[in-house]
Design a protein around this ligand. Structure first.
Ligand code: UD1
Ligand code: CA
Length: 455
């Protein structure tokens, strides 16, 4: 049986107080709706329909090129009306699962349970017990069987005392659902077409309604404002960290780490506080990430240490490198094994071969550096002439003295030594000492500027 997943995302999200549509607000670095769509894909839905409303163009643009259906709900007349917009192109023989663009933490296992449990003919509703159910629809059971769902505003005192609430997530056979949706009325305190009314209609038609309880409240939390967004962020971070802990990763403090994307770790990885991982990051076996690091779309080789306060983006390191403290690896920085990048060193679009060191205050850009090279403090590759970028090539076992400017394009031959303070604009031969310095003079007759005499 094919499953159509309908994602309701037409709400404006006024309480976000933001120019960005609610479902595009980032959670763990990705739009809320991204999480919901990924959850839908993970349960193997072959048809996903997003119901969108005002400001929807921006939302659609964000997911352009993806295999999704979009249904416009131009007026928000209620959740039942919203689902109806997705129905015309949904085959009757499908099963429909309704989820929400602003409920991003639902696990695909939970969705799968709801789909499996509802089978081909029954209806399933995801419920949760809440300590404070105020504001939610209450699930009314008789002899344990779900009979209906009553909105807070339409509930009597007895119903309001019920703690089991409707999460709004519902699974139903498409043909029957279409029929029930067509019969909805807006004859309630909010004048809306409630999706939740289909539960009672199903029961009336003799269809079994299964109530499935979600494991915890966090999983089904809806996000309406920035406070809830931050709460969901912590809940999701906790989940991501726990998963990695199970795989053996050590976190100095699981509450002080942020994973915004996908973090994959080898064995015996240690991550200190305030590490932020963005995009796809791979940490090899025995890597150590010290405090205050941002690592984005990078691959860190086995046994490498990233010391405190580094910014690493689009970079790759081999085994047993040391980076930082206070280093910046920019896109295209490729370190082989045993490379050391020290404090206040920036590396961009450069390869550095085994065992080479750039330990202090340097800029290395568009360079190819051999193995066993030592780059002295304050050395700069002058890669940009104001119009074009040029390459610096440094052979194996080169020693570059401190404070050297390498004006690219330039090539330093194997085993060469470059004297400190040189500005090298012509290629230097292998194995020789090359330097460029103005003659040092001591100026005769020079006097320090004395105090100006007052007139
Ligand atoms: C809904 C349920 C309630 C449940 C609660 C769980 C109904 C009538 N009530 O209430 O039983 O406890 O969710 O959070 O379904 N939306 C549209 N178009 C509309 C109306 C809503 O796309 O015309 C979307 C909104 O963007 C929102 C979601 O549906 O993401 C829920 O709508 P909302 O009106 O907030 O329902 P609740 O009052 O929270
Ligand atoms: Ca100089």
């Amino acid at each position: 049986m094919n499953t159509t997943i309908v994602i309701l995302a037409a709400g404006q999200g006024k309480r976000m107080n933001s120019a960005l549509p609610k479902v595009l607000q980032p959670l763990a670095g990705r739009p809320l709706l991204r999480h919901v769509i990924d959850g839908a894909l993970a349960v193997g839905a072959n048809d996903i329909c997003v119901v969108y409303g005002h400001g929807g163009d921006e939302v659609r643009a964000c997911f352009a090129g993806e295999h999704l259906r979009w249904a416009l709900q131009s007026e928000q007349l209620g959740t039942g009306h919203a689902v109806e917009q997705a129905m015309p192109q949904t085959p009757d023989e499908n099963r429909v699962l309704v989820v929400y663009g602003d409920v991003p933490l639902l696990r695909s296992e939970t969705l799968a349970m709801l789909i499996e449990g509802s089978g081909q003919t029954d209806v399933g509703v995801l419920t949760v017990d809440m300590d404070n159910p105020f504001g939610y629809g209450r699930i009314i059971r008789e002899d344990g069987r779900v009979m209906k769902s009553v909105e807070e505003r339409d509930a009597n005192d007895q119903e309001k005392a019920i703690n089991e609430v409707n999460t709004g997530v519902i699974c139903a056979p498409a043909g029957k659902l279409k029929n029930w949706l067509g019969r909805l009325t807006n004859d309630n305190s909010q004048g809306e077409y409630y999706l939740t009314d289909v539960l009672a209609m199903a029961v009336d038609d003799g269809v079994v309604v299964h109530g499935f309880k979600a494991g915890n409240q966090a999983e089904v939390m809806g996000i309406n404002d920035k406070k809830q967004l931050a709460e969901a962020e912590r809940a999701l971070q906790k989940r991501l960290v726990e998963q990695l802990q199970e795989e053996g990763v050590t976190f100095a403090d699981p509450a002080r780490v942020d994973i915004r994307g996908e973090l994959k770790c080898g064995r015996d990885v240690f991550i200190d506080v305030n590490a932020v991982f963005e995009g796809e990051v791979l940490l090899g076996d025995n890597t150590k990430i010290e405090s205050n690091n941002l690592i984005r779309n990078s691959e860190i080789g086995a046994g490498t240490i990233i010391h405190s306060n580094c910014h690493v983006e689009g970079a790759r390191t081999g085994k047993k490198c040391e980076v930082g403290p206070f280093s910046r690896l920019r896109p295209g920085a490729e370190l082989a094994s045993g490379v050391k990048i020290g404090n206040f060193v920036e590396v961009k679009k450069s390869t550095i071969a085994d065992g080479s060191k750039v330990n202090h205050l340097s800029y290395i850009g568009d360079a190819v550096i051999g193995s066993g090279v030592n780059i002295g403090a304050g050395t700069i590759t002058c890669n940009y002439d104001g119009v074009n970028k040029h390459r610096t090539t440094i052979g194996d076992d080169v020693f570059i003295g401190s404070g050297v400017e390498l004006v690219a394009p330039v090539e330093i031959g194997k085993g060469a030594t470059i004297g400190a303070g040189s500005t090298i604009s012509k290629s230097a031969p292998e194995g020789k000492l090359t330097l460029e310095r103005a003659k040092q003079v001591t100026v005769p007759g020079w006097k320090p500027p004395g105090k100006r005499s007052k007139k």
